[in-house]
Design a protein around this ligand. Sequence first.
Ligand SMILES: [Zn+2]
Length: 87
Amino acid sequence: MKKPTTNRNPFKIYCDVFGHNYQVSKKVTSHVKEYTCKCCKKQLTTNSNGNLTELTPKYKEINMLLEDFHTRRMLRLKNKSFVSSIY
Ligand SMILES: [Zn+2]
């Protein structure tokens, strides 16, 4: 038996009344994080001003680039300290 699907999301109403229940879903850099509401799955991210904004496809793209840049830099720093610990 399949449950009838409705367009109304009961969690959305809960969020409208009680506010969203955001949790960090992804750490992009030490300053930029992505948040997802546990109830309605709405996503937020930190923008360049340090404020929270809705995670649009554009911001997702920016965060992916940021993460890539951040990972490379961390990797380079790691290698550098590895080399310097040898010599
Ligand atoms: Zn919500």
